[in-house]
Design a protein around this ligand. Structure first.
Ligand code: BGC
Ligand code: BGC
Length: 606
């Protein structure tokens, strides 16, 4: 029989129905090609020949894995387009889908707009704002050549000791609302779009990923990748709820959680992955594993890897974020299929889902990056949006030792003001983890405005701004006549398990600095943290005003906007602020918090 010409295949026809294209393409694929689609590898082990030899279906960059030092969007686009070119040289010319952790803007990329981390966005309760952030992020991701953002994280952080608390928008109701990020990233599906069926609108949009399914934020003592011990009903009402919102918006992908539910690992949980997510809730997109998660099914990790591949794929994982040892993965998966331990129907289902998303995302028609979008990266409009998000996310915790005498807004025309603290002039610190590198970093890691920069821009020309990261005794001695001080302290950046903390203390003796300044000068304290942290009541009493700024990102101007009174405070706590660590876990419902869930003062109105 003569080979059908590639151009004549149904799957190549952009006007053919997606499901027909999926079936047509699947019917042409060899086992090796199917296995390739299921395999997602890290860019560090990727080369054109690896893509063509193994028919690799997807590539990702892990946190802080740029194509080169200081890489900007165009460098990323060059790398990804290079991989794509190789994929299009394979027999069936199936494009790769490239995924990246764009979790607060396209945060791995130098020059991108970095938005506040989710906890700050949760404090805004502004779903439309988050949708617009999703749309801006999608454009910046596409400009870098990637097609898939591993966001939103829809975790419900139940305990601030969890190192990923800042990736959570807060309580269930808030997280459900903030799933509007999905529509921002992917576009709005038309009316009548079937629930659970993936959707990506056009070339300026990317596939989203609801993660980490399910219960990642509910682990015991906030232990990352730990065990969530809750009843079936609690799992549904607390942790599963936001997935319904995501599915209604046509979220294209879902990532499984490293964590366990009542002792059973999510990655092998057939009931939750297949029966609930796929069968009951109707999810038709890609269920991707987390990074090296198949190794972590066993303790110690990597024990009997073949068994882990079998159990997770049979439980419903469609694509495996391997991400490094792909040869071993491919050989184990091949042997499991050949022996019948993984049925062919399961493999076909997984591949269909992967192809479906690729067709819907327009990858066959537009496999390469759109360089016309490069101008949009870090553009004024996106930075303005970041600034808006920052000012709406700030939570005013205290304003005036004497409640009758409000301290904020601050005067722009004070003669002399003091700015101090580890976080006052540190762009990297205010961006937090998942910024340029996986952990985040100290200093000018990208383009942006620090709190100090913003203050300097905001005060009048006659105001002298004195900045000392650690104020000397001389500075605090009293003859300086500072009108007021602004002290910005907080957490050093961290990511994932490295952020787990049982004491929740802020580093560098932050509270000591705050206290010593506040004893001498009327002080505004700004907390730059990914979560509620331990605050001594005596410190709180000494400051005139206290603001929770979360991890605001690159647009420090948003802080000055509110502190100097151009805008009022709007943010409300998305989780309770505990008094002492022994009260934990504390989320929305327990008694006697330092500041309750939903708390946040206004400056002008109340
Ligand atoms: C992270 C990756 C990161 C890697 C570093 C993983 O757990 O998710 O994004 O690059 O660790 O080894
Ligand atoms: C994290 C995910 C992330 C992935 C890829 C994992 O360690 O848990 O949230 O998307 O790495 O970097």
């Amino acid at each position: 029989m003569a080979e059908t010409r590639y151009e004549d295949c149904i799957y190549k026809n952009p006007n053919a129905e997606v499901e027909l294209r999926v079936r047509d393409l699947l019917s042409r694929m060899t086992l090796k090609e199917k296995i390739g689609q299921i395999t997602q590898i890290e860019r560090r082990v990727t080369s054109p020949s690896v893509i063509t030899n193994y028919c690799v279906g997807s590539v990702l960059s892990g946190g802080g894995s740029p194509p080169c030092e200081g890489a900007e969007s165009s460098h990323w686009a060059d790398m990804i387009d290079g991989f794509q070119k190789a994929a299009l040289e394979t027999r069936l010319r199936i494009p790769i889908i490239f995924g990246i952790d764009a979790v607060h803007g396209n945060n791995n990329v130098v020059g991108a707009t970095i938005f506040p981390h989710n906890i700050g966005l949760g404090a805004t309760r502004d779903a439309d704002l988050v949708r617009r952030i999703g749309a801006a992020t999608a454009i910046e991701v596409r400009a870098s050549g990637a097609h898939w953002a591993f966001a939103p994280c829809v975790a419900i952080a139940r305990d601030p000791r969890w190192g990923r608390t800042y990736e959570s928008y807060g309580d269930t109701e808030t997280v459900c609302k903030m799933t509007s990020l999905v529509s921002g990233l992917q576009g709005d599906p038309p009316e009548g779009h079937p629930n659970g069926y993936p959707f990506v609108a056009e070339r300026k949009k990317v596939a989203a990923c609801a993660k980490h399914y399910v219960g990642d934020g509910g682990t015991e003592k906030g232990k990352n990748e730990g065990n969530t011990i809750v009843t079936h009903e609690e799992l549904e009402t607390i942790h599963l709820a936001p997935y319904l919102n995501c599915l209604a918006q046509g979220v294209s992908t879902v990532m499984a959680s490293y964590s366990s539910w009542n002792g059973d690992k999510m990655h092998t949980h057939h009931f939750l992955l297949t029966q609930v997510l796929k069968n009951k809730l109707g999810f038709k997109g890609i269920l991707v594993s987390d990074w090296e998660a198949l190794h972590r099914i066993t303790d110690p990790p990597g024990l009997n890897y073949r068994e882990c591949v079998k159990d997770s794929v049979n439980a419903g994982i469609d694509m495996v974020m391997v991400p490094f040892e792909f040869e071993r993965f491919i050989s184990d998966l091949t042997s499991l299929i050949e022996s019948g331990e993984i049925p062919m129907t399961r493999i076909d289902d997984a591949v269909e889902r992967i192809l479906r998303v690729k067709f819907i995302a327009g990858l066959f028609e537009h496999p390469f990056s759109d360089r016309s979008l490069l101008d949009k990266v870090g553009c004024k409009e996106h930075r303005e949006l970041g600034r808006e998000a920052v000012r709406k996310s700030l939570v005013l915790l205290r304003n005036g030792k004497d409640p009758e005498k409000r301290f904020l807004p601050l005067s722009r025309n004070a003669e002399k003001v003091l700015v101090v603290g580890t976080h006052a002039d540190n762009l990297g610190y205010q961006c937090g983890g998942w910024t340029i590198s996986w952990f985040g970093h100290s200093g000018r890691i990208t383009t942006g405005t620090t709190i100090l920069d913003a203050i300097k821009k905001s005060v009048g020309s006659s105001t002298e701004v004195v900045y000392e990261e650690h104020p000397s005794e001389e500075t605090l001695s009293g003859h300086n006549n500072f009108t007021y001080a602004i002290v910005a302290i907080g957490e050093e950046p961290y990511a994932e398990t490295f952020g787990d903390s049982s004491e929740l203390e802020i580093h560098f003796n932050g509270s000591k600095t705050l206290k010593s300044v506040a004893e001498k000068i009327p002080t505004l304290g700004i907390l730059v943290t990914g979560r509620p942290v331990a605050l001594e009541p005596t410190t709180v009493e000494k400051v005139e005003a206290l603001v929770a700024a979360w991890l605001p990102g690159t647009e420090g101007d948003g802080i000055a906007d509110v502190v100097f009174g151009d805008y009022d405070f709007e943010g409300k706590l998305p989780m309770s602020w505990f008094r002492t660590v022994d009260q934990l876990p504390m989320n929305t419902d327990q008694a006697d918090p330092l500041f309750p869930h939903g708390f946040g003062l206004n400056c002008k109105k109340d």
